[in-house]
Ligand binder design. Structure first.
Ligand SMILES: *Cc1c(COP(=O)(O)O)cnc(C)c1O
Ligand SMILES: [Zn+2]
Length: 412
């Protein structure tokens, strides 16, 4: 890989050759892939990109850590829409708001970007089996992307994982272990099993290539905005790999001169599980928290990507905001009604946080903002119904319909 120099520990600075099966540093720190930006700048232009037909995440290959001849995973990951959300912008008092809907990915979450990368790297490593622990979406995306590439998977999820995600796992043919415990328990069990059986490791923070896949969401947003950086990008945060990846992508583009300024990140967590935001807000080290929120994908009490995530928020002069489950459910309804976008609870948490900041007057009214929806609502229909209500239920009778409308105050 001519575009990659090496991997570097974010804690102790130790350098490693960029092998496909890299894990974390001997010191326990997480690794970051370091690029040769001079080389990339000399071989990659905005015009090259504009000519490309490939709309998937692999259109940014010059900025991705894969060998030239690596077979790319078959599912079409990335290329998600960036909607102009004018009605919602007006409601929130923003000059301009865009919604990046990553729920449209093949397995319906942003995690596909990381899993496609993991599958590509597993193939480089010659692995046949990949494993991970996950709150649900990393699992279903790994299972789907691996199945398409002919690799088998061992997946560990906490027993609280919603049915939609488990159904995806079973459909994709993964060997699924539902762990009766927290996400922390799930992670530790997967770690022991991976060590014992030597599977390729797609665990967040252990595998440094995941955030490189996730960074493509940032690359896409910038290309879709014609390289004019917004003032803020709001995104939900659990383990921290996603926000760290987003920031990496933005910094890459800045380093090669594609954008001339960087947005500020808005890190949104659930009030019931916000160890990273709490660390930023108190200025202290992060400490484990309970996993107390309906937004299961971001219920991560022990974030493994804490170092990278905290760095991303701080470097971007970012904002933090924590939202209640009520506020998350309200955002689900708001995005559905104003934008026609159906997000799962963790998927809409970024927008919930943005709304809260707007209402508190913490975002200037001339700001241009992007809010990323990270996963589809179809993964967790029970919570969507809880947030948005039940339909009118009657026998097929016109008189009853009229009566029901009258009772509900509907004037058709
Ligand atoms: C995983 C996930 C997140 C958060 O990503 P982290 O890397 O865990 O911070 C947000 N939303 C959804 C839908 C997710 O699946
Ligand atoms: Zn180290």
């Amino acid at each position: 890989m001519k575009n990659v120099k090496h991997a570097k520990c974010v804690r102790c600075g130790r350098i490693y050759a960029a092998a496909p099966d890299l894990t974390s540093c001997a010191c326990g720190g997480i690794l970051d892939i370091v690029y040769d930006y001079d080389y990339i700048r000399s071989t990659f232009t905005k015009d090259d990109l504009a000519q490309r037909r490939d709309s998937t995440m692999w259109r940014f290959r010059e900025l991705l850590p894969v060998e030239k001849d690596t077979p790319l995973p078959p599912l079409r990951v990335g290329g998600s829409p960036l909607y102009e959300a004018d009605a919602l912008a007006q409601e929130l008092g923003l000059a301009k708001l865009y919604i990046k809907d990553d729920g449209i990915n093949p397995t319906a979450s942003l995690k596909d970007r990381a899993s496609a990368m993991a599958v590509a790297k597993a193939r480089e490593a010659g692995a046949q089996v990949i494993a991970c622990s996950s709150t649900g979406n990393a699992a279903s995306s790994l299972a789907g992307n691996a199945a398409a590439a002919g690799l088998s998977t061992y997946i560990f999820v906490p027993s609280r994982a919603p049915k939609g995600k488990v159904a995806q796992l079973m459909t994709f043919g993964a060997t699924v272990v539902s762990v009766q415990g927290s996400y922390e328990d799930t992670f530790e069990l997967s770690r022991a099993a991976i060590e014992k059986w030597g599977w390729y490791n797609r665990n967040a923070a252990i595998n440094p290539y995941l955030s490189e896949g996730k960074k493509t969401v940032g690359l896409e947003i910038m290309e879709q905005l014609n390289w004019a950086a917004p003032d803020y990008i709001a995104i939900s945060v659990g383990d921290g790999c996603t926000i760290a990846g987003l920031w990496k992508g933005l910094k890459d583009l800045h380093a090669i001169g594609f954008i001339d300024r960087l947005p500020r990140l808005i890190s949104v967590q659930a009030e019931g599980c916000c160890p990273l935001n709490r660390a930023i807000e108190t200025g202290e080290d992060w400490r484990p928290m309970e996993e107390n929120t309906l937004a299961d994908s971001i219920a991560v009490g022990v974030p493994r990507n804490a170092d990278k995530a905290l760095m991303a928020i701080r470097e971007s002069d970012g904002l933090t905001v924590n939202v209640s489950d009520q506020e998350i459910m309200a955002a689900q309804k708001l995005l559905g009604r104003r934008c026609g976008v159906f997000g799962e609870p963790a998927g809409v948490t970024g927008t919930a946080g943005l709304k809260k900041l707007c209402q508190a007057g913490r975002i200037p009214s001339d700001a241009v903002v992007v809010s990323v929806v990270t996963g589809s609502g179809l993964k967790d229909v029970a919570n969507a119904i809880a947030a948005c209500g039940e339909p009118i239920s009657i026998p097929g009778d016109m008189a009853l319909l009229e009566a029901a409308f009258r009772q509900a105050g509907i004037r058709a």
